[in-house]
Design a protein around this ligand. Structure first.
Ligand SMILES: [Mg+2]
Length: 227
């Protein structure tokens, strides 16, 4: 079977894993726009809303959006507050230095490159980051769960990613991700090969075994060559 597409998870895979203190981040964002007491109340509400919506993804595989977080929390998502929010996230979004050479090589081999991210952020937020890090021209298609009803591991999320890169046979796709359940189990259940990027502190899952385990993106190329 010739590999036709490699589809990447984003956080912890195309970006190195970061532990992010969501509570501190929300407080920092709200504090820039509200007096201390109000900022603290809003940050707590935003954190709770964000957790509830992530849980919906984990338990029911339903997607959510950042707009839903803000409306649940009663935080007015002004342009200024949104700018502060993404600015606070910026240090955690930098692309792995091996991504450009690996994606370039995959495309040189005629392999499509895709992205499938469980994310509440809108497409523009991700595209801005890919633009900043000079990745945009190396990605053939991307699916952000904020734009579809499901999150990984739901098979429809993987089907949407295949459609985005124009591939119809899941057996010709490799999925690369850092989460054993969402990424590896999800991709395997959808009929793809799955590679685990083993650097992240995410929950283990024994239900599916990856076809390969890597600790750096560059290790991917050898495996793909062998398939
Ligand atoms: Mg990830």
């Amino acid at each position: 079977m010739t590999i036709q597409a490699v589809i990447f998870d984003w956080g912890g895979t195309l970006t190195p894993w970061h532990d992010v203190d969501h509570e501190a981040l929300w407080l920092e964002v709200c504090s820039r726009h509200y007096p201390a007491t109000r900022a603290s109340v809003l940050a707590t509400a935003a954190l709770a809303a964000e957790r509830e919506l992530w849980l919906l993804g984990e338990q029911a595989h339903q997607s959510a959006t950042l707009s839903q977080v803000f409306s649940r929390a009663g935080v007015l998502a002004s342009a200024e507050l949104l700018a502060s929010y993404f600015e606070a996230w910026d240090p955690h979004t930098f692309t792995d230095t091996e991504a450009i050479p690996v994606l370039t090589e995959l495309r040189r081999r005629g392999i499509k490159v895709g992205v499938l991210s469980n994310t509440m952020w809108p497409r523009e937020a991700h595209e801005r980051i890919f633009g900043r890090d000079k990745l945009s021209s190396l990605i053939d298609g991307a699916v952000y769960s904020s734009e579809i009803p499901w999150v990984k591991p739901h098979p429809e999320a993987f089907r949407a990613a295949m459609a985005a890169v124009g591939v119809t046979d899941p057996a010709s796709c490799v999925f690369v991700g850092d989460r054993p359940y969402d990424d590896v189990h999800g991709a395997k259940s959808a009929g793809m090969r799955a590679v685990l990027m083993a650097n992240s502190s995410v929950p283990a899952y024994d239900g599916s075994s990856p076809d390969a385990v890597i600790t750096r993106l560059s290790e991917l190329l050898g495996h793909i060559e062998a398939w």
